[in-house]
Design a protein around this ligand. Structure first.
Ligand code: AMP
Ligand code: ZN
Length: 476
């Protein structure tokens, strides 16, 4: 399995620290609003990475935090006249609903920053003790960037350039930093803000320290994968590395994965720009499985531009897979009742060789995923498998063959988190319901309505056949 590592700027073979196990940390959202579909991109992408690793037999310990103490949360709480935790708890609950609707599995642990303050105080104290951090006169604690030789190694930034860019801040005299690149670990309380006691002042943590602490607590000093959107490379992840490596005295994360932006009109979708759609907005128009399919139709390191055309293409692409599964279920049901004594597929040479051909598509799917999770190519391999099934499955196919094809498609779709079987069942139920309505119309001698329903079914690719045993239907 190859992973592109932001640290080395190369694709590297993935070798976990402990054989068969993966320790993975993904930076989660700041919970002050409904999540937008830009935030959904890392959720879907890294959930798919996790699913594929599990498919390969790896046991993934997956940690994703909620940042529940932050200026924006406090601002919203003040505006609504409620406590900050009312805001954060509300949006954590909403975020979990969105995740479920996108079929993003809950992490092994979802730690919250406010519940990990003790660990943060401890790490800050260690950093001060080791000379990597210092308290200023007002109790603000800063990380001493100059003490960490490798600062800049993730973002591949040059320290001198960074310093020059930030010098203006120092000159302004607002800061009490030793160096413009020093960043806040702990800051003093302001009126009306949540705060915790500390040896330096009553206050609250800076943003970066929470991830270093939660990652260490739930996964250990050194982890396999740390991930997030590419806007987090600098300063957030650079600062996390500095804190963790300075405090723990060892390397922090071996592979750094970053998804590219979800754009709109080629500009990053973001709350501050106001150019965003929430996941909830999208769910009014589309099944969120379509959103998931859309996200995976591009490689995670390529920018993806949101558009109605691409969403429509995603809807059609997903339908192709769902229709195929629904058709296979239908054929299977008939075959199972009509051929009770069919032998196992291993004694059917023709079907066996067809299934071996079908396996080639699964191999191509795996090859695509092994190559830094190329979901675009992986989905193309699913399409080829669907085409193969559409060509080779018929009402004379033996049941075990149909069953094997169907489960192969479902398995690959499931690695992508696409619930095609459930959707196919929904489609079948819809068809059955329409057939029942048509029967009722016929009974009432409302033939115009019955014909209308027949045409509606036809538009869904379903042909009806009125037989003596009742109505039979077939997908075309
Ligand atoms: P935030 O709540 O802004 O801290 O973001 C949560 C996660 O969403 C982080 O991993 C961000 O990098 C990611 N993210 C935010 N906006 C976008 C976007 N437009 N495209 C892709 N990822 C994004
Ligand atoms: Zn983080």
């Amino acid at each position: 399995m190859k992973i592109y590592n932001t640290l080395s700027k190369k694709k590297e073979d993935f070798v976990p620290l402990e054989a068969g196990k993966v320790r993975m940390y993904v930076c989660g959202p700041t919970v002050y609003n409904l999540i937008h579909i830009g935030n959904a991109r890392p959720m879907i992408v890294f959930d798919t990475v996790r699913r594929y690793m599990e498919y390969r037999g790896l046991q993934v310990n997956y940690v994703c935090n909620f940042t529940d103490v932050d200026d924006k949360i406090i601002k919203k709480a003040l505006a609504e006249g409620v406590a900050p935790e009312v805001i954060s708890e509300r949006y954590i609950a909403e975020c979990r609903k969105d995740m479920e609707a996108m079929n993003v599995r809950p992490a092994t642990v979802h730690p919250k920053a406010t519940e990990e303050i003790g660990g943060m105080l401890e790490m800050i104290a260690t950093l001060i003790q080791k000379g990597h951090a210092y308290p200023a006169a007002d109790g603000t604690v800063y990380f001493r960037t100059a003490s960490f030789q490798e600062y800049g190694k993730l973002s591949h930034k040059n320290l001198d350039d960074l310093q020059a860019g930030n010098r203006a801040l120092l000159v302004s005299g607002v800061d009490q930093k030793e160096d413009p690149l020093d960043f806040v670990l702990w800051k003093p309380r302001k009126e009306g803000e949540p705060s915790w006691e500390s040896p330096w002042c009553a206050g609250r943590p800076g943003w970066h320290i929470e991830c270093s602490v939660m990652s260490r607590k739930y996964l250990g000093d050194e982890i396999d994968i740390h991930a997030g959107g590419e806007d987090l490379i600098f300063p957030h992840h650079e600062n996390e590395i500095a804190q963790s490596e300075a405090a723990n005295g060892r390397s922090f994360a071996r592979y750094w994965m970053h998804n590219a932006f979800l754009n709109i009109d080629n500009k990053k979708m973001s709350k501050s720009e106001g150019n965003f759609f929430t996941v909830r907005d999208i769910s009014d128009k589309y099944d969120l499985q379509v959103l998931r399919f859309f996200m995976l139709s591009a490689h995670y390191r390529s920018p993806l531009n949101f558009s109605t055309e691409l969403m429509e293409a995603a809807r059609n692409g997903l339908s192709r897979i769902v229709n195929c599964v629904s058709n296979l279920s239908y054929l299977l049901e008939n075959a199972a009742s009509e051929q009770p004594d069919t032998p196992d597929v291993s004694s059917l040479p023709l079907e066996l060789s067809l299934l071996q051909q079908a396996e080639d598509h699964t191999r191509r799917f795996e090859e695509a995923m092994e190559d830094d999770f190329n979901t675009a190519d992986a989905i193309a391999a699913i399409f080829d498998l669907v085409k193969f099934a559409n060509t080779n499955a018929s009402d004379s196919s033996p049941a075990p063959f149909l069953k094997a094809l169907k489960s192969q498609i479902i398995e690959l779709a499931d690695i992508c988190g696409l619930l095609v079987e459930k959707k196919a069942e929904g489609l079948d139920q819809e068809i059955e319901a329409l057939i029942a309505l048509r029967q009722a119309a016929r009974k009432n001698k409302d033939f115009a309505r019955a014909d209308e329903i027949r045409n509606e079914l036809l538009s869904k690719g379903v042909v009806l056949e009125d037989t003596r045993e009742g109505v039979k239907w077939k997908k075309i």
